[in-house]
Ligand binder design. Sequence first.
Ligand SMILES: Nc1nc2c(c(=O)[nH]1)N[C@H]1C(S)=C(S)[C@@H](COP(=O)(O)OP(=O)(O)OC[C@H]3O[C@@H](n4cnc5c(=O)[nH]c(N)nc54)[C@H](O)[C@@H]3O)O[C@H]1N2
Ligand SMILES: Nc1nc2c(c(=O)[nH]1)N[C@H]1C(S)=C(S)[C@@H](COP(=O)(O)OP(=O)(O)OC[C@H]3O[C@@H](n4cnc5c(=O)[nH]c(N)nc54)[C@H](O)[C@@H]3O)O[C@H]1N2
Ligand SMILES: [Mo]
Length: 752
Amino acid sequence: MSAQESKKLTIKPVPHSAAGMNAVFIALKMANKAMSPSKAFKILNKLNQKDGVDCPGCAWPDPKDRSKLGEYCENGVKAIAEEAQDKKANEGFFEKYSVAELLDKGDYWLGHQGRLTHPMVIRKGESHYQPISWEKAFQMIATELKSLPNPDEAIFYTSGRTSNEAAFLYQLFVRMYGTNNLPDCSNMCHESSGVALSETLGIGKGSVTLDDLYHAEVILIVGQNPGTNHPRMLSALEKAKKNGAKIVTINPLKEVGLLNFKNPQTVKGVLQGGTDLTDLYLQININEDVALLKALLIGLLEKSKIEPSVIDQEFINSKTSGFEELEKELSNYDYHELIERTGLELEMVEQLLDLLSSSNKIIACWAMGLTQHVNAVDNIREIVNLLLLKGSVGKKGAGTCPVRGHSNVQGDRTMGIHERPSKALLDKLAERFGFIPPKQAGYNVVEAIEAMHEEKGKVFFAMGGNFLPAAPDTAFTAQALQNCKMTVHVSNKLNRSHLVHGDIGVILPTLGRTDKLLEQGKPQLVTVENSMGVVHTSQGMINPPSDTLMSEPAIIARLAKKTLGSEKLDWDELIRDYNNIRKLISQTIKGFEEYNEKIERSSGFALPNGAREGVFNTDTKKAKFTINALSEVKLSADEFMMMTIRSHDQFNTTIYGLNDRYRGVHNSRKIIFMNKEDMNELGLKKEQKITLFNEYEGKRREVDSLSIIPYDIPRKCLATYFPECNPLIPITEIARASHTPASKSVKVKIKA
Ligand SMILES: Nc1nc2c(c(=O)[nH]1)N[C@H]1C(S)=C(S)[C@@H](COP(=O)(O)OP(=O)(O)OC[C@H]3O[C@@H](n4cnc5c(=O)[nH]c(N)nc54)[C@H](O)[C@@H]3O)O[C@H]1N2
Ligand SMILES: Nc1nc2c(c(=O)[nH]1)N[C@H]1C(S)=C(S)[C@@H](COP(=O)(O)OP(=O)(O)OC[C@H]3O[C@@H](n4cnc5c(=O)[nH]c(N)nc54)[C@H](O)[C@@H]3O)O[C@H]1N2
Ligand SMILES: [Mo]
């Protein structure tokens, strides 16, 4: 146990403002603890700068006018402190600790044991990971892959830090091997956005640019906590606000970052008070966003009967389909009943209605608060309905802004990491590489877990990520991984997924974003795509923790060569110079023509985006209004609705620290935020330890020792942290159409 883990839970007042110099000091302290000051300086100086390294944190885009005070945030510095730490988990480390001992330690401790330095292997019955040479490791994996009677018995997961170059090579290798089993973290993240947006607007990505934010009249921020998860978005919101935008937040929690922001990159933000960001804060019940949106749609339609300009009839007529059906469907609902469901005061909703009525340029931003429910796709389609009604897609200052998570999760998808690839991509691969790609859809994350559970999936290969704690239903997922013949993890650091392995477990250590990447002594750069579809370079600059490490592209190329041979593709040649990989990308993926020339010419280029230009590439070439369902989850008298959210001190399953400063929580992650009146009703006390449990389809799941924190949260709603409460999320509770685990609406009961 670390010093911080042994401290007692402390609850402090929630601060009034986010960021400021305090945030910078805290982050720099963490960086200095993890590495030498000169190394920290070297990295931070180049972080998100034009010739520098892309922050391995979130996917928020870089502004054109980057701050001289540093274009990064507190949590970006923490991500760097984590990745570039001086400590090493080397062969000696694995000799010292058995897997059973390591499993006892917890995610926070594991993450702070340093960088992996050597390929390691463990076989069933052994207690410790042992070193293995790269050559033997590749041979072993290739032999296993070749021995499978059907390539669909292998599963190839990707997390979202993988560069475009690695992602392209990876999907090519996997499809040449013969399967579309390419689940990725998107399946647990913005898949619901991709599905909803592709269907309604013809592109599975957002439509806005940073500049649009600066021209918006209204910015809706729904189910997103940028103060923690996309801190640099706060500077963009501040600028938007200065230009006259009104900001509306829809969230069950009053997230501090959205209330007041002290910009550490401006003199005013450092010396004076911060900027109040949100103009209208709607503290909605969990998963009642569709009800609110329906009420707004009804309200706007009503108003338009008196004042036609309240909706954009010309846009509706010329660019969309399905409007009459929507009007008819809305007539089935009672405006006041809908508002009642949201738990919001009528007056607040009417204020929003007035604001929307008088504005023509609206941007909707959202993240996991909308995408992780059974009706998640409905959530996003209903947002699109609102924007379409207002003609707020495809013009300056308006549009969709699903704020992506991992720094290259969007790029990985663009490169073809998808278990349901488009026919166009498969045809292009066939034409360019002369093989017949598999046509059958592969497994997404949930299907992959089920397949491994049923022993239909036999080899699990992970390109980054931390599959076990990130996935739902932890015990079920653990069993699935243990059922495998082989589990392989390409990773820069040790994590819990490495410790729950198949008959053979392999860890392949890789370079991180900040590491200098050399192939045969020649420096290489990689490319990534940000949340707004801009592709740019990233170049590491510090010496890697060990000479033995390989880059992700090199690992894929070597494994591909061992598994498939070099007849169809000279894998060695591809990684000799990454321009060769990009040449292949430019010949295969739309929007990447003259890839090498483009990245040489400028610091970034925007990919084509129909919706941005008002061109809707749906099957009918129209933007579509859709009919969407209200949440159907019903709570019994003793049940609560739980959302699993991120604290301020984590990046997904990577736990930077045990504080959640913006919510006043210190030294613990095993907590539960609860409404005070609900506590009183059940006779529960502050900091009392309770067990949460549920029974879906007769199966009991539980997490114990959670301390209650009285909090400003709607009644019957609870918040807990991801991944600690993932054991409570049933594998069967997934979003319709996107199959995303419903991690934000889990029914639970309390046992005192
Ligand atoms: N520092 C840091 N940065 C990150 C990450 C990280 O863990 N740490 N993770 C990255 C990744 S992969 C992602 S996907 C993003 C995640 O970014 P977010 O989506 O901001 O992350 P969550 O903590 O899951 O926050 C969800 C928010 O939705 C609200 N919410 C929950 N349920 C509902 C609901 O039903 N309706 C509404 N309206 N709101 C709801 C919660 O109160 C919370 O404020 O961040 C990325 N950036
Ligand atoms: N209950 C609940 N569950 C959730 C969520 C939630 O909100 N609630 N959010 C979901 C979301 S949005 C997401 S995106 C997923 C995240 O799922 P994952 O992407 O699988 O999980 P991460 O925690 O981001 O993965 C972190 C690990 O990646 C490895 N890593 C870091 N950098 C690199 C690198 O450069 N290369 C390689 N090869 N490895 C690297 C390290 O080993 C680190 O431990 O979790 C999902 N799970
Ligand atoms: Mo994510």
